[in-house]
Design a protein around this ligand. Structure first.
Ligand code: AMP
Ligand code: MG
Length: 390
């Protein structure tokens, strides 16, 4: 009942496109800050994970439901259905909040994609109509009393078309981050964050393929990682039981996490940094990297664009790819900046502007050492970059 009243109160607040400064500071310091948003986000991510797990078990293995997007990354029926689920929940709970989501429904509306559309609708509907578990509310669009038409679900997918920017309260959605990992049966993540006036205040990441405890490979898999600004970071199980505060683990080896995709990362540069700092490389898809770092499995996450050499930057990072992971690392006691030590930018739009890579570490002291090691590695790779006289 308490949650319900709080929810109505927050819906009323959401009519302000710019949150009044008084409300923002009050909400950021209160121990209950963003409590309703947290529960809504966990419900949305958990149900989206139901979709992705079903898709993997039923459809991925035969690869018949994969479309090509313009940027060449595979888009599956799971991507669309998971975004439909998350946006439907957000729209019901916070009707006025803008959503910056990765997918649009244009491809699904094409006549040639009828079968794909029907599968998306059926998967999203089934996940939304599952029985409520503790902490979930019917007024978020959940449970068997709600019908979800095909048009309503496609519209929900398209609700993710906000352009982002500063001075607003907005959600970011990446329904399946690490699509390639998902298709390989490896790591992927269902990612949701809330940004208020350019600051990430809540991050929720669902990782169905992450081991609940790093030391027990035989244990059931599936975790949700949750962080609220000023309230710490936690891991809960996908089934909704037992919360563990992060970090809770310490690896014997010091790992540097990096992208599994060679075209997403400057492999030689990361190798130089790893060698200098005696770190062992660990390739992994998606924001699961931030989750492993936050719980203490890894020491560093290095994201250096493949084109760092020469200062070119053909790919601009997107806010939905780093907002949830960044707050998770910070709330677990770590530090994240760009590779020159500047804060990440979440208020510029859908993209994160010009930068030359990101550095996340479990602690501040290591962060400073990684930034200096990167400078030395860049100089060794391309002396002209840091000394134009050469
Ligand atoms: P990862 O799993 O760490 O390789 O990152 C996956 C994310 O990388 C996807 O969500 C894409 O948005 C993003 N991405 C796509 N192309 C590139 C690129 N050329 N460089 C870096 N990241 C990219
Ligand atoms: Mg992504």
């Amino acid at each position: 009942m308490l949650l319900y009243h709080a929810s109505k109160h927050l819906i009323a607040q959401a009519h302000f496109r710019t949150i009044p400064r008084r409300l923002l500071s009050m909400s950021l310091t209160s121990p209950e800050a963003f409590s309703v948003e947290k529960h809504v986000a966990i419900a949305a991510v958990r149900r989206a994970c139901l979709v992705t797990c079903t898709v993997f078990n039923q459809l991925v293995r035969d690869r018949t439901d994969t479309l090509k997007k313009e940027d060449d990354s595979p888009v599956t029926v799971g991507d669309y259905a998971a975004q439909a689920v998350i946006n439907t929940v957000l729209r019901n709970a916070f009707p006025e909040d803008p959503i910056v989501g990765e997918e649009g429904a244009d491809a699904l509306r094409q006549g040639s994609n009828t079968k794909l559309r029907e599968r998306v609708v059926s998967l999203a509907t089934n996940a939304l109509r599952e029985d409520l578990i503790d902490g979930e509310k019917a007024q978020w669009g959940l449970g068997s009393q709600h019908e979800h038409s095909s048009e309503a679900l496609l519209k929900a997918i398209d609700e993710g078309n906000d352009t982002g920017g500063p001075n607003k309260r907005m959600w970011t959605v990446d329904p399946i981050d690490g699509t390639k990992g998902f298709l390989r049966g490896g790591q992927y993540a269902v990612c949701l964050s809330l940004i208020v006036n350019s600051q990430v205040v809540l991050g929720v990441i669902g990782c169905p393929n992450i081991q609940i405890h790093p030391e027990n490979p035989d244990e059931e898999k599936g975790c949700i990682f949750v962080a609220v600004r000023g309230q710490g970071a936690f891991q809960i199980t996908l089934s909704g039981t037992s919360a563990i505060k992060l970090p809770f683990f310490s690896s014997e080896k010091s790992y540097v996490l990096q992208s599994e995709e060679s075209k997403h990362t400057n492999i030689p540069l990361i190798r130089r940094v790893s060698d200098e700092l005696h770190l062992t490389e660990w390739g992994m898809d998606s924001q699961a990297k931030y989750c492993c770092l936050a719980r203490g499995e890894g020491a560093v996450y290095l994201r250096m664009p493949a084109s760092t050499i020469g200062g070119k930057q053909p790919y601009e990072e997107r806010i939905w790819d780093h907002a949830p992971g960044s707050i998770l690392v910070e709330e677990a006691g770590g530090k994240i900046t760009d590779s020159e030590g500047a804060p990440l930018q979440f208020g510029l739009g859908r993209g994160m502007g010009e930068n030359h890579g990101f550095v996340a570490t479990v602690d501040e002291e290591l962060h400073a050492r990684v930034i200096s090691a990167i400078k030395r590695a860049q100089l060794a790779e391309d002396p002209k970059k840091t000394n134009p006289a050469l």
